[in-house]
Design a protein around this ligand. Structure first.
Ligand SMILES: Nc1ncnc2c1ncn2[C@@H]1O[C@H](COP(=O)(O)OP(=O)(O)O)[C@@H](O)[C@H]1O
Ligand code: SF4
Ligand SMILES: [Mg+2]
Length: 344
């Protein structure tokens, strides 16, 4: 039976599915300014692992996602996957590598072509990459992907058009079309933030279920730390193009070491209580801008701890690098001169 799900290709060997090192993406801004969208980011994603990237709007999340897909050009750094550096591939080898990483976008209304049936959308990656030679094979692969995405009965759903579907169903179509190639890695950029609250949990559960059943890894992007905590094994908190804290989700949420993580946590708890989706200001003060990155610790102009400690000079002059967090938990690191939880 061809519909039995198999583990994705390229996950043998046990090494990371994706290994990003010192990724820099700078854009030309207005009046010859430089937009430091991504400013030296490193992380790994293991097979069947969900890593969440969390941070406010403008901190570089989508730019990281698009660089991994090579839809924007990295300025520097390496993006290792399947033994190749995606940042340097071109032509055929880039096209082949792209099979292994699929993306789910935020907007299920904008990302689906309204004139194409669900079948046409889901079959497209197979056609582009020349996989599944016969019509029957393609039909079987599409039905399998629709079933995996809980779009049943698959034959009926395949014949439908986006306008006949709810936002949640459209996002399931996007997931089916990402999964039809059985990629080892899926990049999901705010996949539920444009959905009704009622549709969100189902989509998140589906993604986690696919991880459990197929061993799919995810780079899962969200502005909401509570969502990251629900979905992800590990969380990387981004601030102005840098990872300021990374670790197992439970460690980061139970004992945030960076003052920014703590602020995100408070907003997230608040949002839950008010059940609103209005963007909430994480902290008072001027919104950060990637074309005006502050010297020293880039968070210092907004940092409550900097203020509480009497504005120590170190925060203004020295850019902190990632080091072990006070929890001592495995893989928990923080970029702060005075992390929370130290010297109680
Ligand atoms: N193509 C581009 N040209 C210039 N600036 C950009 C471009 N894409 C993103 N930026 C800027 O880079 C920063 C990070 O953007 P983005 O990655 O979209 O953040 P996020 O997804 O976290 O909201 C922002 O300041 C944004 O304005
Ligand atoms: S280094 Fe200083 S300014 Fe930066 S987060 Fe830590 S306490 Fe705040
Ligand atoms: Mg974004």
């Amino acid at each position: 039976m061809s519909a039995v799900p198999t583990r994705p290709e390229g996950t043998a060997g046990g090494g990371p599915v994706l290994s990003v090192r010192d990724l820099v993406v700078h854009f030309a801004g207005r009046r010859r300014s430089v937009v430091r969208a991504v400013d030296g980011v490193s992380f790994d994603i293991a097979p069947a692992e969900i890593l969440a990237l969390v941070g406010e709007s403008g901190c570089g999340k989508s730019t990281i996602a698009l660089s991994v897909m090579r839809l924007v050009e990295p300025t520097a750094g390496t993006i290792l996957s399947g033994g190749e550096d995606l940042a340097r591939l071109t032509g055929r080898r880039l096209r082949r590598a792209r099979r292994r990483i699929q993306m789910i976008f935020q907007d299920p209304f904008g990302s689906l072509n309204t004139r194409r049936s669900v079948y046409d959308t889901v079959v497209e990656p197979l056609v582009i990459h020349g996989i599944a030679a016969t019509r029957e094979e393609r039909r079987a692969r599409v039905n399998e992907a629709l079933t995996l995405a809980h779009l049943t009965p698959p034959d009926r759903l395949a014949a439908s058009y986006p306008h006949e579907l709810s936002g949640g169903q459209r996002q399931r179509v996007a997931i089916a079309s990402a999964m039809v190639l059985r990629p080892p890695l899926v990049v999901a950029d705010e996949p539920v933030s444009m959905l009704d609250v009622s549709a969100r949990a189902g989509i998140l559960r589906l993604m986690m279920d696919l991880r459990d059943r197929l061993g799919t890894s995810y780079l899962f992007i969200t502005h909401d730390l509570a969502t990251a905590w629900v979905v992800a094994d590990r969380i990387a908190v981004l601030y102005l193009g840098r990872v300021v804290e990374i670790g197992r989700s439970t460690d980061v949420v139970a004992a945030p070491a960076h003052p920014y993580t703590k602020a995100l946590l408070e907003v997230s708890a608040d949002e839950e209580r008010l059940s609103t989706d209005e963007p909430v200001a994480v902290l008072p003060g001027e919104a950060p801008s990637a074309s005006r990155v502050p010297p020293g610790c880039r968070f210092h102009p907004r940092c409550p701890r900097y203020a509480a400690l009497g504005q120590p000079e170190a925060c203004r002059v020295a850019d902190p690098t990632l080091g072990p967090a006070p929890t001592g938990a495995e893989g928990h690191t923080v970029a702060c001169h005075f992390p929370l939880g130290e010297n109680p």
